[in-house]
Ligand binder design. Structure first.
Ligand code: AMP
Length: 401
């Protein structure tokens, strides 16, 4: 079964075509970037063939998706002979609000609810909807599924998702903690338990998804019970360009002093803060290490802040879970940055962590235990693959139909 996975962002579309079997295979992947800008571009990477890159004006998502479909059946760099070989399309959908606690096949009722959630994710859900509508137009017979960033965290207890503001803002405006990166947290927790031969229902797990966007989740018996992102993805850990937890009063103070509009304040906390804001040089961890190597002290401070935050959340979630059996590090940083892993997991001996610092230094982009064999709490790096989760969920929903 061939599943096309679409991740439509506000100005980009990432895609993967996967051939699903017991051993799923990536058939092609690529990205449409800078939609609506004169510099928009398209990159198509067919497995086993040369990569194709072109700068071409892509005014909207519909044109972008059509470009992707054409590339998939192109005589030279295509990977399938006709669009009929696409059996289903799985969409990453940013926000499912309180409507969706699991992935679902898309019908008009589901689409209506995704549309209702657009208020909660005004940049992302409308782009996801455009993707769904375009596929419905071009491939009307192909089933589509929605896999939500939020759904895994719908199991949070009320005490973990209610904010300390008047309750009617939850009732009337749906303001609460939702959490994001759900597909990744669920996937790495399940994958790690499979590798370790553990029953997830009996385990307490803390998953740290550390990438451009970062979040941590506390998972008890396979269910998310707390997570660091909130009503929006800006909460929790300090991230590449997002501020993470910030005293709301500080934002009001800065907004007043700098005379910021709501849009400007939004840009301030989402695009100008975090590692980029502290270091003043970059949001990218590889570049951050390079700057530290050249003696940049603010870059070092940014890294220290990041690692300290990760450690602090691990401690908080160990308290929430009343102990922890497994700590998982994933995402571009968690999978590759041994320094971050060591700093975030050092000083956790009180939690039963015996970290293997030497082994950790040699581990990059693989699934591996990085705690010592007699560590009461296991620490692991696990590679995430959100596209595979989307394709798997889509396939299962289509087969159940
Ligand atoms: P993601 O959003 O999961 O793709 O992660 C992106 C982040 O991972 C960026 O900050 C990258 O610099 C970081 N990253 C990727 N590879 C490495 C690496 N080998 N060492 C350190 N950081 C890395």
């Amino acid at each position: 079964m061939n599943i096309l996975v679409l991740n439509c962002g506000s100005s980009s579309i990432k895609y993967q075509l996967l051939e699903m079997s017991t051993d799923p295979k990536l058939v092609a992947k690529g990205i449409v970037e800078k939609i609506g800008l004169p510099t928009s571009a398209f990159t198509h990477v067919p497995t086993g063939k040369d990569k194709v890159s072109m700068e071409i004006y892509i005014p909207n998502h519909t044109v972008g998706i059509n470009l992707i479909l054409k590339a998939l059946i192109n005589q030279e760099h295509g990977v399938i002979s006709s669009l009929e070989e696409i059996n289903a399309v799985g969409h990453r959908v940013a926000h499912g609000g309180e409507f969706f606690s699991e992935s679902t096949l898309i019908n008009s009722e589901v689409l209506k609810k995704i549309r209702l959630c657009s208020e909660l994710a005004p940049l992302h859900n409308p782009a996801n909807i455009k993707g769904i509508e375009t596929i419905a137009e071009v491939l009307p017979k192909v089933p589509q599924a929605a896999v939500f960033d939020t759904s895994f965290h719908q199991s949070l207890p009320e005490k973990a998702y209610i904010y300390g503001i008047p309750y009617e803002y939850y009732e009337n405006l749906s303001v609460r903690r939702y959490g994001f990166h759900g597909t990744s947290h669920k996937y790495v927790a399940e994958k790690a338990c499979k590798i370790l031969g553990w029953n997830i229902n009996e385990k307490k797990i803390i998953t740290c998804h550390l990438g451009n966007g970062s979040s941590i989740a506390a998972i008890d018996g396979g269910k998310s019970v707390d997570t660091s992102m909130g009503f929006t993805p800006v909460a929790g850990l300090v991230m590449g360009t997002r501020c993470g937890d910030l005293d709301a009063g500080a934002l009001l103070y800065i907004s007043e002093k700098e005379n910021l509009s709501v849009q400007q304040a939004n840009d301030f906390i989402n695009k100008k803060s975090g590692i980029a804001g502290i270091s003043g040089v970059t949001s990218d961890f590889r570049e951050l290490h390079a700057a530290i190597g050249k003696g940049n002290e603010r870059a070092k401070l940014a890294l220290d802040v990041f690692c300290y935050n990760v450690k602090k959340y691990i401690g908080a979630y160990a308290a929430a879970l009343n102990g922890v059996d497994l700590i998982i590090l994933t995402g571009g940083i968690g999978e590759n940055d041994f320094y971050v892993r060591e700093q975030s997991c050092s000083g956790l001996e009180y939690l039963g962590v015996k970290f293997d610092a030497e082994l950790n230094k040699t581990i990059r982009g693989v699934d591996r235990v990085i705690s010592q064999t007699d560590s009461k709490t296991t620490v692991m790096t696990v590679t995430t693959n959100e596209e595979l989760v989307i394709a798997t969920d889509t396939m299962q929903l289509v087969l159940k139909k």
